[in-house]
Design a protein around this ligand. Structure first.
Ligand code: FAD
Ligand code: EPU
Length: 345
């Protein structure tokens, strides 16, 4: 590491001992663009982050890391909904609390999720029966080369399970600078997940849903402020209906969720758990003892520890179930993002 590198350890939730050549904290869209133009001119890698809660740094980053801190929440009343325009650097959980205080409801199931509002569309965040796409009106995108701002409707973003156009067509050279949310004035509770099923849909309040989601999350997900992690390390795999049925023959209680007629989603956490990997350690990395889908930095882990453990997890599940699980977390090497599947093989 050169003397003027900046530590990223406190700037991403895995808390790994990695550095960047330069760090920019951007409170204006123009600062993001300027950092991009500087990176082009100086031939340096460029990385835009929110709160670094969905990334795994594999080594020091040889370029400029920009942390998006574009602020601002504007709430506009429409006939049957609240239209909320949110700066991309607003903290997601705080946004939900602000909206609850204003009696604008609909985001409660996504409470306590880490990261910035502007990162929410990237992988179409989802939890407890709600996805970002369900409340998204539009996403505002800055073209970092031209300076042009475009507004994409939710339909144009091509949202899917942990998917969107921002992982593909708009992955490089663009910054999400704001998101628009549409919250119906007729609040409809979503109560189909875990403890939420115990509520009476006629009497439940948004605050109760919010509190219950926070409680469920706190009971099984590690707090990155205490133990480094990036949430679910792997995505839940989509497999054929036949493959799902084969697993159900051997394990009648396996969680298998239908997705369309020919596809089912399996619970990667359950698959890992069946391989008896909870608590498995390599170096300072460990499979979380309460949620097998999360890898934690429990004792000064190195990126290599995390990769070795993730690779072991992936291979074990493949050997036991013939299912290849793919990382949800974005892998960042010296010059930028790399293919996570290739890193594990
Ligand atoms: P970062 O990690 O900073 O960035 C993620 C990716 O988005 C990177 O590729 C980055 O380059 C890109 N990016 C960031 N900002 C921008 C921008 N403005 N414009 C363009 N690209 C950008 N996720 C879920 O979906 N559901 C969960 O339930 C969930 N639970 C979690 C629990 C824990 C304990 C943790 C640590 C994470 C969890 N996550 C979950 C993952 C994470 O919270 C989300 O992916 C979140 O949206 C990431 O936000 P961030 O600001 O930290 O993004
Ligand atoms: N399970 C086990 N053992 C485990 C973990 C899970 O048997 O160690 C079983 C559970 O009993 C349940 C099933 O697997 O039957 C699913 O578990 P859970 O409800 O905890 O959800 P998940 O599939 O592990 C997903 C998301 C989370 C999100 C929760 C709640 C993915 C990759 N993960 O986890 O998102 O918070 O549902 O909706 O889709 C994230 O993306 O970072 C994340 C935390």
């Amino acid at each position: 590491m050169s003397a003027n590198y900046v530590s990223l350890q406190q700037l991403h939730t895995f808390g790994l001992p990695v550095n960047a050549k330069r760090v920019v904290i951007a409170s204006q869209a123009q600062e993001i663009r300027q950092a991009w133009l500087d990176s082009r001119q100086e031939d340096l890698p460029f990385l835009l982050l929110g709160e670094g809660s969905n990334v795994l740094f594999l080594e020091d980053f040889a370029g400029i890391v920009v942390f998006n801190r574009l602020k601002g929440v504007e709430i506009n009343e429409q006939a049957d909904s609240w239209q909320v325009h949110v700066g991309a650097g607003e903290n997601w959980h705080q946004l939900i609390q602000t909206l609850l205080g204003h009696e604008d409801y609909g985001l409660e199931n996504l409470a306590l999720l880490h990261g910035c509002a502007g990162s929410a569309p990237i992988q179409n965040i989802g939890a407890y029966g709600l996805e970002f796409k369900d409340i998204c009106d539009y996403v505002e995108l800055l073209n970092l080369d031209s300076g042009e701002v475009v507004r994409l409707s939710a339909a144009q973003c091509q949202f899917g399970y942990r998917e969107s156009l921002f992982k593909h067509q708009y992955r490089q050279g663009y910054a999400v600078i704001a998101v628009g949310l549409k919250l119906s004035k007729k609040w409809q509770p979503r109560l189909n997940y875990g403890e939420l099923k115990n509520f009476d849909p006629q009497t439940v309040t948004p605050q109760q849903v919010f509190d219950s989601v926070c409680h469920m999350r706190q009971s099984k997900l590690p707090n990155p402020a205490v133990t480094g992690n990036a949430g679910s390390f792997f995505k839940n795999p989509l497999v054929s209906r036949q493959q799902g049925e084969a697993i159900l023959r051997d394990y009648p209680n396996a969680p298998v969720y239908p997705v369309g007629d020919e596809t089912v989603k399996l619970a990667a956490g359950w698959l890992i758990d069946q391989c008896q990997l909870k608590g498995k350690q390599i170096g300072g990395a460990m499979v979380h003892p309460k949620q097998a889908l999360v890898i934690v930095n429990y004792a000064q882990a190195t990126p290599q520890d995390v990769v070795a453990l993730a690779s072991l997890v992936q291979k074990s599940v493949h050997t036991a179930f013939a299912v290849l699980i793919e990382p949800e977390v974005r892998f960042i090497a010296r010059s930028g993002e790399v293919n996570a599947m290739e890193c594990l093989s």
